[in-house]
Design a protein around this ligand. Structure first.
Ligand SMILES: Cc1cc2nc3c(=O)[nH]c(=O)nc-3n(C[C@H](O)[C@H](O)[C@H](O)COP(=O)(O)OP(=O)(O)OC[C@H]3O[C@@H](n4cnc5c(N)ncnc54)[C@H](O)[C@@H]3O)c2cc1C
Length: 560
């Protein structure tokens, strides 16, 4: 397309991608857009959107040209030129977050201007345009991420843990930024001089070329970039979802698409545990697998398309004796809600080993499915843990791997594992049970290559060239913040529906004549879905399934 032939366009895109990223709408499609906005003239040089503006409108060019530029101090970089039939915008238009670019008219001309509300109605009601516009927005964001073109600059060192933390926070939230490295970028001193910062104060984040944050917390970065500005926290919502893992995102998509006013509250980023999985191969419909981050990004866009909003904050307390109940978030704001879905998931217990997270998905696994079994076929593996999940994993892995070493801290399995599994383990020649034994250290560059274990009675250590460790030491639910608001099981997972005994309901002062719905907790209108729920199967698909099903019960509740 000719707009990309412009010499001052810094996006080196393949032609096929250009056609999807900057498509040209047909006159029939433009006429449908026009019904949601107004046609107006623009003058050459007129500023239509400033970088940092919130809830920005959407423009389709009828005649003339617009340009999208990224201001850097007193200079500008032209990102794109938008010609007749093309349109402005990227994913932030859905969330209402601040614009990362400045949009200006290059020539006198005519445009269709659609306010954000009108734009949301358009993508919710016109399937063909929704596909074209959202695909373009997703690809534009992907391109900004790859090219490091956003409204934030991070200056830091690749050897600094805080620099890594900030990079991860940007990446998990799909927020584009420019990275300047202390050790590699020669002109870093001029950046430091300009913003009056020193090496000792790094990592430094500069928002929109204006605000300088010295080693900021993730929350300070989110505030500076205005992640939460479009969300009005205090109106009564039909549904508040706590947690944006697969369960929470599924509830958000179904809830918002079925007309509910939905707010999702998430501590860190959309995606939850699944977001940290490099490749999910067993989720329906993705035969070649999909990264958890990509799955989450798509689901988040889908939820926003239907009008769901996300507040980056932590659910700190549930005031559930009120009607409507209120979710209190970390800054003390109370958000009233007719219904709540708790989807705060669980954290797998990790081994107390400093470099363990480096090998997650690259030799350290928390589940033993066919996929992992294939990865270590014919090799030696370690299973850590003495519970039933560890026993099942050991027996399963023994079928395809060379040898399974089961490491348990205690003196045996009898107190922690079912008898049938203990017998199977005893009868399987390629499983060795090592009691009083713990992993002491992990070695490897990239993938795990070696493991040292230690007998905690004798202190003796042994080093092995083993590249696969299955950590099956249980998962801890994120329910500490609930403060006895709902009934939990003995491991702290939330009890729902038929799992709640009459005594438990009486103890919880269940006020209704009906019993709790399938995913309803011991408080009417408060539901639980996904890994946080007692008895849940810890998989992406079950989290998505439960998150979706919860919405049908929310509708029933709202009709009561
Ligand atoms: C490394 C790894 C790989 C995996 N691979 C697979 C796989 O290939 N296939 C598969 O089916 N399953 C896989 N799983 C399991 C799967 O990811 C989980 O079962 C699934 O993510 C559970 O979804 P969830 O929404 O219930 O909870 P989670 O994914 O745990 O999400 C919970 C969310 O709630 C947020 N949160 C917690 N507390 C609060 C609070 N107080 N306020 C606000 N937000 C809060 C968290 O930040 C998180 O984003 C994997 C898990 C891991 C860790």
């Amino acid at each position: 397309m000719d707009s990309m032939a412009e010499p001052n366009t810094p996006l080196p895109l393949a032609v096929s991608r250009v056609e999807q990223i900057f498509p040209k709408l047909t006159s029939a499609q433009i006429a449908r857009v026009a019904k949601h906005g107004r046609t107006r003239t623009v003058r050459s040089g007129e500023l239509l959107i400033e970088q940092g503006d919130s809830a920005v409108p959407f423009f389709v060019v009828i005649s003339g040209e617009l340009e999208g530029v990224r201001p850097t101090g007193t200079t500008e970089t032209v990102l794109v030129i938008v010609r007749a039939g093309q349109f402005t915008g990227e994913i932030n238009i859905l969330s209402g977050r601040r614009s990362m670019a400045r949009i200006r008219a290059r020539q006198d001309g005519e445009v269709i201007q659609v306010a954000r509300e009108g734009f949301l109605t358009l993508v919710q009601t016109d399937a063909e345009l929704s596909e074209i516009l959202l695909r373009a927005f997703i690809l534009r964001r992907a391109e900004l991420l790859v090219q490091g073109l956003g409204d934030a600059t991070l200056a830091g060192s690749s050897h600094s843990a805080d620099t890594l933390r900030i990079k991860e926070f940007f990446a998990r939230n799909s927020h584009p930024y420019t990275y300047v490295d202390l050790e590699r970028d020669a002109d870093i001193q001029s950046l430091f001089d300009h913003f009056h910062v020193s090496v000792a104060e790094t990592p430094v984040v500069i928002c929109r070329g204006e605000i300088v944050l010295r080693n900021p917390t993730n929350r300070e970065i989110a505030n500076c970039l205005g992640f939460n500005e479009a969300v009005k926290g205090t109106r009564v919502r039909d549904l508040v979802i706590v947690g944006a893992g697969p369960a929470g995102l599924a509830s958000a998509v179904y809830g918002a698409s079925e007309g509910l006013d939905v707010l999702v509250v998430e501590t860190y980023s959309p995606g939850g545990q699944a977001g940290s999985s490099s490749r999910i191969e067993n989720y329906l419909g993705f035969p070649t697998g999909i990264s958890g981050h990509e799955l989450a990004g798509r689901a988040f866009t889908q939820a926003q398309k239907f009008g769901a909003q996300m507040l980056l904050s932590t659910g700190a307390r549930l005031a559930c004796d009120h009607k409507p109940c209120e979710l209190e978030v970390e800054d003390g704001t109370r958000i009233p809600a007719r219904a709540v879905v708790i989807a705060t998931g669980a954290k797998y217990s990790k081994l107390p080993i400093e470099n363990m997270s480096r090998f997650e998905g690259a030799g350290i696994y928390y589940g033993a499915t066919f996929v992992e079994a294939q990865l270590c076929s014919g090799e030696e593996v370690i299973v850590v843990g003495g519970g039933n999940s560890a026993g099942q994993a050991a027996v399963f892995l023994a079928e395809s791997s060379k040898h399974v070493y089961m490491l348990v801290r205690g003196s045996g399995l009898t107190d922690t594992m079912s008898k049938y599994l203990i017998r199977r383990i005893e009868q399987t020649p390629n499983i060795s049970l090592l009691i009083h034994t713990e992993v002491a250290s992990l070695e490897g560059t990239g993938h795990l290559e070696g493991v040292t274990w230690r007998n905690n009675k004798s202190g003796k250590t042994e080093e092995r060239n083993i590249a696969h460790v299955f950590v099956m030491t249980g998962a801890n639910p994120n329910t500490g913040w609930l403060n006895s608001c709902v009934v939990l099981d003995d491991k702290g997972f939330i009890k729902t529906g038929p799992d709640l005994s009459p005594e438990e309901l009486t103890g919880a002062h269940w006020p209704l004549t009906r019993r709790p719905y399938l995913l309803e907790t011991s408080r009417p209108g408060i539901f639980a879905a996904g890994d946080v729920r007692g008895g849940n199967v810890k998989r992406v698909a079950s989290a998505v399934g439960e998150g979706s099903i919860a919405i049908s019960f929310v509708h029933q509740l709202l009709r009561e």
